[in-house]
Design a protein around this ligand. Structure first.
Ligand code: TPP
Length: 387
């Protein structure tokens, strides 16, 4: 038996093993679901309305891209898509805390952050359409390629952060000379060995890395309380890493908390673990059917905490934006939708040779032989439709 409520209410969870856990901890929140500003101990929001409006724009565009990609998959134009509906505030708030020298290691759902880093949405569709192995230039965008192996990027990120430390990009007197790493993963990933190893290394070496968990409460069909006997953010304490839970549907709070954590890392004060408590409103991926494992009422409850609606209400009530501003944003997002829909169909067909050429700087002799044999085999079908 499992009773589930939000973390802002006193919450009792009985795990399948019969352990009773009382989860009454609150999270950092600066904007309520109704769009009202509230105080949070230890965290303030230091940005103006223009920044909040810019975040709203990123959230709306991110959602539009995600909706279009989901529809493209439903029409058979993509092999698979992991929807991010409902997680826009967690992504945009954290993405807004990233500076030029920072590096991001995403999971496979951080579409809004990728757009903020200037990645072409059409490039992001290539893997999912099967037209290229590599989507974007991860060095130029300071945004690593998507990782489909759960949790592995936590290790890559920690190693990269230790490299930055050794390159002297951390703890310099001028803040502009410092950088840090932001790594995203899900609640389910915290059950992976890779994540635990990453936390050990990050803590041991004071690595400049911020672990950002989007706790969307489901690891495909596994609810979070089956995986963690304590609130997720408290796991990091056992590794000696400061941790904080934030309302993942509140873009202001997420930005404030992530800025704090990234600043600490850049100053050389070591890693932080952030649990952004949010909800995956859609399916895990387009191959999954959430009606098989969760209640519609739960989804409805979270629809009422929509991360976009609350910022829009807040800015409208303050007069910081008006209907004309929203109409212009709608036009911009329509333009993005058309570009994604039409551009997807025009993505170039993959070139078979690239699968070898792009994998190694110098192809090992054994693989070169395999390549030649395979290309010769494929050439045997030329003129046929068999491929
Ligand atoms: C190492 C590994 N094990 C299992 C899988 C299969 N798998 C894909 S997604 C997923 C659940 C991930 O859940 P979570 O970490 O909460 O992230 P979310 O998808 O909810 O963002 C699993 C088990 C995988 N991709 N990699």
């Amino acid at each position: 038996m499992t009773e589930r409520q939000g973390p802002d209410a006193s919450e009792t969870v009985v795990t399948p093993g019969g352990t009773r856990i009382v989860r009454s901890e609150e999270f950092i929140q600066l904007l309520t679901p109704e769009g009202e500003r509230v105080e949070a101990e230890g965290f303030t929001y230091d940005h103006d309305d223009a920044t909040i409006a810019a975040n709203l724009r990123h959230m709306v565009l991110g959602r539009r891209f995600d909706t279009e990609a989901t529809a493209l998959q439903r029409k058979g134009q993509l092999g698979l898509w992991p929807p991010a509906l409902g997680q826009e505030a967690a992504q945009v708030g954290s993405g807004a805390a990233v500076a030029d020298l920072d590096m991001i290691f995403p999971s496979y759902r951080e579409h809004s952050v990728a757009l903020m880093r200037g990645i072409d949405p059409l490039d992001m569709l290539k893997t999912f359409r099967g037209t290229a192995m590599v989507d974007w230039d991860s060095v130029a965008h300071r945004f690593h390629l998507y990782s489909f192996v759960i949790g592995t990027q936590a290790l890559h990120a920690t190693g990269y952060a230790m490299g930055m430390q050794r390159d002297g990009v951390v703890g310099n007197p001028d803040p502009a000379d410092n950088g840090a790493v932001l790594v995203y993963f899900g609640d389910g990933a915290t059950s992976q060995g890779d994540v635990s190893e990453a936390l050990v290394f990050a803590a041991s070496y004071d690595a400049p890395v911020v672990f950002f968990v989007q706790n969307n409460q489901w690891a495909i069909s596994e609810p979070i309380e089956r995986q963690s006997r304590i609130p997720l953010y408290r796991r990091a304490t056992g590794f000696g890493i400061p941790s904080v839970r934030v309302d993942g549907n509140d873009v202001l709070a997420v930005q404030a908390v992530t800025e704090w954590a990234m600043d600490r890392a850049r100053r050389g004060e070591g890693p932080t673990f952030i649990e952004a408590f949010t909800y995956r409103m859609g399916a895990h991926t387009t191959s999954d059917d959430p009606t098989k494992y969760r209640e519609r009422a739960e989804e409805e409850e979270w629809r009422g905490k929509d991360p976009i609606a609350r910022v829009r209400s807040y800015l409208l009530a303050r007069g910081a934006i008006d209907q004309a501003w929203l109409d212009a944003l709608e036009a911009e997002s329509e333009e993005l939708g058309v570009r994604v829909r039409e551009g997807c169909l025009e993505l170039p067909e993959p070139v078979l040779e690239d699968y070898w050429e792009l994998a190694y700087a110098t192809l090992p002799p054994g693989l070169a032989e395999q390549r030649d044999a395979y290309l010769a085999y494929e050439a045997g079908f030329e003129g046929e439709d068999a491929r």
